[in-house]
Ligand binder design. Sequence first.
Ligand SMILES: [Zn+2]
Length: 275
Amino acid sequence: MPELPEVETITNDLKKRLIGWTIKGVWSDWPRYFTKSGGWPKVKRILVGRKILNINRLGKNIIFNLSEDYIMAVHLKMTGHFLLAEPKKTNFIHFFIKLGKGGKKSQLYFSDVRKFGRIIVGQSGEVMARPEIKKLGPDPLVITSQEFLDGIVGRRGRIKSVLLNQEFLAGVGNIYSDEALYLAKIHPLSRAEKIPSQKLKLLFNKLVGVLEKSIKLRGTTRQDYRDPAGKKGDYFNQRLVYAKKGSKCPYGGTVETIKVGSRTSHFCPKCQILY
Ligand SMILES: [Zn+2]
């Protein structure tokens, strides 16, 4: 699933290309995307004629600010991603936007093999007040390590689950939580309330470091993720433990997996301490 670095990469690329363009037409063969926004006919009426004023990332959401105070908030979920050029195979495209600027034409394709993506369209106040948007925690690239520590105080439970909780911190998922816990040498099953503050600060710094590194490498492609040009992200080739079960860690351990909640966590039992 695309996480903060992948969504950041997509958002930045779309921002460079699409600000100031007007939506001339829309198409979808998956009306279920729009049930939360009052249905496809309504969404179509709202979108056509709107100008794209800004595009920003909020957690794992891409927020399109449109003219007349409308917003389109897209969560890519499992397999969603945007393409600016028409893909060779169009069978995974379930939402499509035609754009125009002056006499120029462009298009934006939403590719989504599994069709789990979530698209919310409406007046900005309404969209931002929705629980899945409003309840999002702070962004790890914005807060300080002290704010991270303050936020974790009083949180009980496994550190891995705490990191994945979008109301605690927005944007982190399975890949980067595994990588950061490995770098900070903290076992994913550790109880958040038992980890010393210094170790939590280290965890935060490692998390920010790995997110920034992945943004430079344009994200992680294990299977589906592509940037808007259709290219894969390179972080997967530089990952440390994620999806490396059975591989040797440089310090002699072997990467193992364990279920934390419903998610598979990758870790090195030799390096990572259980608190
Ligand atoms: Zn190790």
